[in-house]
Design a protein around this ligand. Structure first.
Ligand code: AMP
Length: 194
C-alpha cells in the first residue's frame, strides 16, 4: 500500500495537490477538514460542536478526528492506499494513526511537507475565502489563529515522522504542476527505496 501524509500549514496547497495525487496513484483521499465540513453542513451533533472550534480557528479534539479516520479506514478495506490531508495535526493523532495502520498490517510510506511562508499563506487563504466562501478563510484574525495552531500543535508532527526517517520537505511555492512533479519524484523515490 501507498500511504501518504500530505503535510503543511493551512493554504500550503494540500487540497489541490491531493486531487492530483489521488488521480495519479489511485489513492483514497481522507481530509479531516472536508469530513468535518460535511458534518457541519449536515448539522450533525459532531458537526455543531466542531463548528464552534473551526469558526475560531482552533483544532477539534484528537479523539473526534481519530474516530472519524478510523471509520473511514474501515470503510475502504480494499484501497491501494490513502492520502491523509490535514491529518495528523498533533503528535497524539500521529501516534493513533500509526496504531490504526499497524492493526491493518500497513504503515505510513512517507510524509510530504509543503513549505510556504506565512505572508504567502495569508494572501492565498484570503483569496480562497473570496472564491470558496469558506468562513474561516475570510477573517484574517481567524487565519492567523489557524497558523498559530499549526505552529504550536502541528509543527511537532514533522519531527515525529523525521524520527522514523519518513519526512520529505517540498517547496510549496511555484506552479501547481511543478510542485506536483516534485511530489511525484519524492513518492517514486520512496517507493523505489522500499
Ligand atoms: P482544514 O480544511 O484542514 O484547514 O481544516 C479546517 C478546520 O477543521 C481546522 O481549522 C480545524 O478546526 C478542523 N480540523 C481539520 N482537521 C483537523 C485535525 N486533524 N485535527 C483537529 N482539527 C482539525
Amino acid at each position: 500500500m501507498l500511504n501518504l501524509v500530505l503535510f503543511g500549514p493551512p493554504g500550503a496547497g494540500k487540497g489541490t495537490q491531493s486531487e492530483k495525487l489521488i488521480a495519479r496513484f489511485h489513492l483514497v483521499h481522507l481530509s479531516t477538514g472536508d469530513i468535518l465540513r460535511a458534518e457541519v453542513a449536515n448539522q450533525t451533533t459532531l458537526g455543531l460542536e466542531a463548528k464552534k472550534l473551526m469558526d475560531q480557528g482552533l483544532l477539534v479534539p484528537d479523539e473526534v478526528v481519530i474516530g472519524m479516520i478510523e471509520s473511514k479506514l474501515d470503510a475502504h478495506p480494499h484501497s491501494q492506499g490513502f492520502i491523509f490531508d490535514g491529518f495528523p495535526r498533533t503528535q497524539a493523532q500521529a501516534k493513533a494513526l500509526d496504531d490504526l495502520l499497524h492493526r491493518k498490517t500497513t504503515s505510513i510510506t512517507r510524509m510530504l511537507a509543503l513549505e510556504v511562508g506565512e505572508e504567502e499563506l495569508i494572501a492565498r487563504l484570503l483569496n480562497r475565502g473570496k472564491e470558496s466562501g469558506r468562513a474561516d478563510d475570510q477573517d484574517e484574525s481567524v487565519i492567523r489563529k489557524r497558523i498559530n495552531e499549526y505552529t504550536t500543535k502541528t509543527e511537532p508532527v514533522r519531527a515525529y515522522y523525521a524520527a522514523q526517517g519518513k519526512y520529505t520537505g517540498i517547496n510549496g511555492i511555484g506552479s501547481i504542476d511543478a510542485i506536483f512533479d516534485s511530489l511525484c519524484q519524492a513518492i517514486d523515490q520512496s517507493v523505489a527505496s522500499k
